[in-house]
Design a binder for this molecule. Structure first.
Ligand SMILES: Cc1ncc(COP(=O)(O)O)c(C=O)c1O
Length: 398
């Protein structure tokens, strides 16, 4: 491959994902009762992966033996290199723990570091598996609701959080940075304010940064653990290459835990579950390493495509559906659309053939929202917008 081929990527071909047991495309009948829907819900992308990832996988497949495989040191080097280059974050090899996934880690963490009935804080609307992890483990989800600031931007209510910590006695916060679904990339001052509060009240922060790389021009993701150490409460961060590079089916995920006592406790937790020696497959390791070593040009091109899709969506909504208002997309490829229409809007959209995520599933505050995944070819996005227009043009939002 010459340099020009390596840096030109196809984000416009529509690849048929049906028939691959694809969560997003193949389960519409089971999950919605309808068939043939155009999906914009679950957060993976309808783009082919970076050629460097395919090449790494092909090379690994050619070998033909897929025996027990431990995480290679070269993968840790690739991870460290990536987070330093992209985020100016210095991670040390010793701080890296491997986990079978971010959501499984949160479940394990709650079992190990909290007790049944304990309160655990989330900031809804937020990625709903946070609430599920708390409930699945018999803990009590307490919510510090995000609020809209004077500029219409979603913000953390730190006064509310302070009161909530005092009232509930919660000692754990599961934090989403950047935030899914509202698309915020938290500013340094917001993070520092949160850190100061959590440190003062001895609240442990689990910072889920899976969307760290999906940040749009004008914004910068600040890793939680890159804040000054003396400002931070007990903390860990969760990272992976799977969201950025569209390889969530090739699971790998990592907890970064700088504090050695805390890290040893996390390591013991993993060991006690039989997960101490590496929990992913040789293909997953190969994909993640290739992504972090050589995936940067593809990611930069991807962000261009998401930016163009965002502009397309905004332009068409302004002209054709002014009742549907997207928030500022600072990070991620998930649009948080304000859609205040009467009746069962989600069903109405399904009837027209478009499948969005229901805002209410992300918690209170999401009642009048839908989440739309725009990581797809632009013709597919156009088709989805056409469906929304057909579904809603007869209705007037209040
Ligand atoms: C905030 C957030 N955390 C975690 C995940 C999933 O992580 P994993 O597949 O490693 O469990 C997602 C996927 O959408 C997500 O948005």
């Amino acid at each position: 491959m010459n340099q020009a081929d390596i840096n030109s990527f196809d984000f416009e071909s529509r690849i048929n994902r049906r028939g691959t047991s694809c969560h997003k495309w193949d389960f519409d009948k089971r999950l919605t009762g309808r068939e043939g829907l155009l999906p914009f819900w679950v957060a993976d992308m309808d783009f082919r992966v970076a050629p460097v990832i395919e090449e790494a996988l092909e090379k690994r497949l050619e070998h033909g033996i897929f025996g027990y495989t431990a995480r290679p040191d070269s993968l840790d080097e690739a991870l460290i290199g990536w987070f330093f280059r992209r985020h100016r974050w210095n991670i040390k090899t010793t701080q890296i723990l491997e986990t079978p996934g971010i959501v499984p880690f949160i479940h394990m963490f709650l079992q190990e570091f909290t007790s049944p009935g304990d309160s655990v804080i989330i900031q809804e609307p937020v990625y709903y598996p946070f609430r599920k992890a708390i409930m699945n483990n018999g803990r009590n989800a307490v919510v510090n609701h995000l609020i809209r600031d004077d500029n219409g931007l979603w913000a953390m209510d730190l006064d509310g959080l302070s009161r909530l910590i005092d009232e509930s006695g919660a000692k754990t916060l599961i934090f989403c940075s950047p935030h899914n679904p509202v698309g915020r990339v938290w500013r340094e001052q917001e993070l520092l304010n949160l850190a100061d509060l959590c440190r003062a009240k001895a609240v442990t922060v689990v910072s889920d940064e899976i969307h760290a790389d999906l940040v749009h021009p004008g914004y910068r993701h600040i890793p939680w653990l890159s804040l000054p150490e003396e400002r931070l409460p007990r903390s860990l961060a969760l990272v992976s290459a799977t969201k950025t590079f569209n390889i969530p089916g090739l699971t790998t995920a990592f907890a970064i835990v700088p504090d050695s006592d805390f890290r040893h406790s996390c390591q013991s937790m993993l060991t006690a579950l039989g997960l101490g020696e590496g929990s992913s497959s040789p293909l997953s390791y190969a994909a993640a390493e290739a992504a972090w070593r050589e995936g940067e040009p593809w990611l930069n091109a991807l962000l261009g495509q998401i930016g163009r899709n965002d502009a397309l969506l905004r332009e068409r909504l302004t002209g054709e559906l002014p009742g549907v208002l997207p928030g500022e997309l600072e990070g991620s490829y998930l649009e948080w659309l304000h859609m205040d229409y009467p009746g069962n809007l989600w069903e109405k959209l399904l009837d027209e053939g478009i499948w969005l995520s229901r805002g209410i599933d992300f918690g209170r505050g999401g009642e009048t929202y839908m989440r739309m995944n725009i990581a797809c070819p632009s013709s597919q996005l156009e088709e989805g917008i056409d469906m929304m227009v057909r579904a809603l043009s007869g209705f007037r939002s209040p």
